[in-house]
Design a protein around this ligand. Structure first.
Ligand code: NAG
Ligand code: NAG
Ligand code: NAG
Length: 387
């Protein structure tokens, strides 16, 4: 360092100019509007008190989409995408699917200001219809999406700082579906890499009218590529397998299932089989579909699209440890969630709202409505950047 520059730096440090961290700009949550006329990411700052602050909106250059009601064959919402993990953040990269464009888009997050996103590119998911969930491996530089329309399956692309590469040919899941799909039954719920990033798990909901069981498909990563074939399991006592999270440092997962509530599943990393360790009956549940594990409590929180409450579950044991009734805020139910520090952030698309709950005290600390930023009944997906 040249003396003049060193002096300048010293002076800045003495005057508090350089060293002060921009704490309030380093954490954010991201939602997608999933609007049919043009999808957008909504980025919201997380303040040092956990409360959400200023937001910014970024077009994804793709179109959102919605499931069709099985009776009327008209677009139905909320739960437009029928999924968990419609947005993924790895490092300072953000990825999102565009259901009716059959594309995925990539953004770079400004690490000095997490609500400042830079669009990089979009890549077509050739051969697949209605992508609804996305997972990213930093280790293998691999992005995998699942599609749940007429052409349903799993497709992957590499990525680097220049953007997303070309998606490979579809690994079919074999569902008999339409584009847009009808559901929730008989649709893909979530893709996720395991903690070691050596496996990709996909949950698929049962189709009770045709007696097709729900299943988990597990693909191995081999030589930085996703295997073409998966091992499929239909874990006992589960049916409508929905959102899931790996329980840190175990081969176990919490999965939601609106047919019972939730379950603890175990992955055998030798055979790739997935089995039920503990079914979890949640009394009074109607549509338990989303899950998150809080780093502050080490417990899971599951949300219900039709009952406005958070149910806290011990992991890996699977005991219900608390139920937080949030009905006083007027939302009909809760969808996608993320957990950061002591807080859980949960989306209610029907009321354009995000509820912030302290995971330890179980107190609601904020209920913010985001209609002015384009969040509405079609919104789905939530991801987190923590700097
Ligand atoms: C990132 O954000 C900081 C703080 O707002 C800003 O000074 C900087 O120019 C931004 N970087 C880019 C590449 O936009
Ligand atoms: C962070 O980025 C947002 C969106 O571009 C912008 O509105 C805001 O002013 C930025 N904050 C700072 C501190 O630069
Ligand atoms: C869950 O409920 C079902 C049906 O009510 C019952 O058959 C089953 O034994 C219960 N399982 C547990 C683990 O409580």
């Amino acid at each position: 360092m040249r003396p003049a520059k060193a002096l300048l730096l010293l002076s800045a440090l003495l005057h508090g100019g350089y060293a002060r961290p921009a704490a309030s700009c380093e954490k954010a949550i991201y939602l997608q509007t999933n609007a049919v006329e043009g999808n957008s990411i909504v980025a919201l700052l997380i303040g040092s008190d956990g409360v959400l602050g200023a937001g910014a909106v970024y077009p994804t250059m793709g179109k959102g989409g919605s499931r069709l009601d099985v009776m009327t064959m008209q677009p139905a919402s909320p739960d437009a995408l029928l999924s968990q993990s419609a947005i993924a953040v790895v490092g300072n990269n953000l990825f999102v699917i565009n259901a009716m464009s059959n594309t995925a888009s990539m953004f770079r997050i400004n690490t000095s200001n997490a609500t400042d996103l830079h669009y990089i590119n979009s890549s077509p998911i050739t051969g697949g219809d209605f992508p609804n969930t996305i997972a990213v491996s930093a280790k293998h530089k691999l992005v995998c999406v699942a599609t749940t329309g007429k052409a349903n399956g799993v497709s992957c692309a590499t990525f680097d700082r220049n953007g997303l590469g070309t998606f490979d040919s579809l690994r079919p899941l074999g569902l008999t579906q339409s584009t847009p799909p009808t559901g929730p039954p008989n649709t893909v719920s979530q893709v996720s890499f395991t903690e070691d990033e050596e496996f990709l798990a996909v949950t698929v909901k049962a189709d009770p009218p045709t007696n097709k069981p729900g299943f988990v498909a597990v693909y191995q990563v081999r030589g930085k590529k996703l295997a073409r074939e998966a091992v499929r399991s239909s874990p006992a006592d589960t049916a409508i397998l929905f959102g899931f999270n790996q329980i840190p440092r175990t081969d176990k997962f919490i999965v939601t299932d609106p047919s019972i509530g939730a379950a603890i599943l175990s992955l055998d990393t030798q055979s790739c089989d997935v089995t039920t360790v503990q079914p979890i009956n949640i009394t009074g549940q109607l549509a338990t579909c989303w899950s998150v594990i809080s780093p502050a409590t080490g417990t899971a929180f599951v949300s219900d699209g039709a009952v406005n409450r958070l149910v806290e579950i011990s992991v890996p044991k699977g005991d219900i440890v608390s139920v937080t009734d949030l009905s006083a805020n007027g939302d009909p139910g809760l969808f996608d969630m993320v957990a950061s520090g002591e807080f859980v952030y949960a989306l209610s698309p029907a009321t354009s709202a995000v509820t912030v709950v302290n995971a330890k005290s179980k107190k609601m600390v904020q209920h913010v409505t985001l209609g002015s930023l384009g969040i509405g009944a079609y919104a789905q997906g939530m991801a987190l950047f923590e700097g």
